[in-house]
Design a protein around this ligand. Structure first.
Ligand SMILES: C[S@@+](CC[C@H](N)C(=O)[O-])C[C@H]1O[C@@H](n2cnc3c(N)ncnc32)[C@H](O)[C@@H]1O
Length: 278
C-alpha cells in the first residue's frame, strides 16, 4: 500500500459485496429488484430539495453500489455513477442490469473525474453521505465539481456534518466530546476498524482507512472559490445511519437522531450551489 488511495480502495473493495447482500440489514439490494419504483432512503430525504430532475444529465460522485444512483435514475435523471472501487461498481452494474436501468458507471478517483469522463459537463453533480471524508483537499474537490458542471449546472450534496465527524463516537455517556479535528488537516486520520456500517458477520482483510474532515466554512469557501454561487444551505437534526452507535434512535425507516437532546447537534447538511462562471 503506497498511498491513501490504495489503502482506502482496498477497504471499500473488501466491503462492497457485503453491502450489496440482497437481503438483511444495510442496503437491502433485493428490494430494488422486487419493487421497480423503490427509492433509497437517502434520495427520498433529498427529493423535496432536489425538485424535478427528470431529463437532467447527472453524475453521482462516489456512487458506491449504486442504490442512490438507481434512485435518481428512477426520478428520471440520465445517470452516470463514478467511484474508484471496481468491486462497488461491479455491484452497481449488476443492480442496474437486474432492474433494467440504463446507467453508465465509470471507475475513477474523484480527482480524476474530469479526465475519466472525457471533459463531459453535467446539469447536476450529486454526492454525499460519507463521500467528502475520503478526500484530502476540499478545494481540489470543489474545482473538480465546477469543471464537471455546465454553466448554470447545480451541485447537490447532503453530507455528514463536520461537527458530527469530529465527535468521539465511542463515548459511553451522553456528552458530546470533540475528539477529532473539525478543520481540514494535511495528515489523515488513520483508523483500523474490522467491521463496517451494515450488520454482518463477514471478516474483512483490509481494515485501515485514511480520512479527513472539512469544516463548513472550508467547504462553502471552496465551493465559492471554484466559481459556484450557493443557493441553499440547511443543517439537519437527523442522519441516515447510526453515526453514534447506542446513542441514537431511529426516527423513521431511514433516519437516525441523537436520543438525548438532538437539538445540540447538527447531524447532516444539504448544500446546493450553481455554477455561475464559465
Ligand atoms: C459511504 S460510500 C458513499 C456513497 C453513498 N452515499 C452510499 O452510501 O452508497 C463512499 C464511497 O466513496 C468511494 N470513494 C472513496 N474515496 C474515493 C475516491 N478518492 N474517489 C472515488 N471514490 C471514492 C468508495 O469506494 C465508496 O464507494
Amino acid at each position: 500500500m503506497d498511498s491513501y488511495l490504495d489503502t482506502n480502495r482496498a477497504n471499500w473493495n473488501d466491503r462492497a459485496s457485503v453491502h450489496a447482500a440482497r437481503t438483511g440489514l444495510g442496503y437491502g439490494v433485493q428490494r430494488y429488484i422486487d419493487d421497480r419504483a423503490l427509492l433509497s432512503g437517502v434520495v427520498l430525504f433529498d427529493r423535496e430539495r432536489l425538485g424535478d430532475i427528470a431529463g437532467l444529465r447527472t453524475v453521482h460522485l462516489q456512487c458506491h453500489i449504486g442504490t442512490d444512483t438507481l434512485s435518481l435514475a428512477r426520478l428520471g435523471a440520465t445517470m452516470t455513477g463514478l467511484d474508484f472501487s471496481a468491486k462497488s461498481l461491479e455491484q452497481a452494474r449488476r443492480l442496474a442490469e437486474k432492474t433494467g436501468t440504463p446507467i453508465r458507471y465509470v471507475e475513477s478517483d474523484v480527482y480524476g473525474a474530469v479526465e475519466a469522463l472525457g471533459g463531459e459537463q453535467f446539469d447536476l453533480v450529486y454526492t454525499g453521505i460519507g463521500a467528502l471524508c475520503w478526500l484530502p483537499d476540499i478545494q481540489r474537490w470543489a474545482r473538480t465539481v465546477a469543471a464537471l458542471l455546465r454553466p448554470g449546472g447545480r451541485l447537490f450534496i447532503r453530507e455528514g456534518h463536520p461537527v458530527l465527524w469530529s465527535l468521539d463516537y465511542e463515548r459511553p455517556d451522553n456528552l458530546l466530546v470533540l475528539a477529532y479535528p473539525y478543520f481540514e488537516q494535511p495528515e489523515p486520520l488513520v483508523f483500523d476498524e474490522p467491521g463496517t456500517y451494515v450488520e454482518t458477520d463477514a471478516v474483512f482483510t483490509h481494515n485501515t482507512t485514511n480520512e479527513w474532515n472539512h469544516g463548513i466554512g472550508e467547504i462553502i469557501t471552496a465551493v465559492l472559490g471554484a466559481g459556484l454561487s450557493v443557493t441553499g444551505f440547511v443543517e439537519h437534526q437527523t442522519v441516515p445511519w447510526e453515526a453514534l452507535p447506542g446513542r441514537m434512535r431511529q426516527i423513521d425507516t431511514n433516519e437516525w437522531q441523537l436520543t438525548d437532546h438532538p437539538e445540540r447537534l447538527p447531524h447532516t447538511y444539504t448544500l446546493q450551489a450553481v455554477k455561475t462562471s464559465v
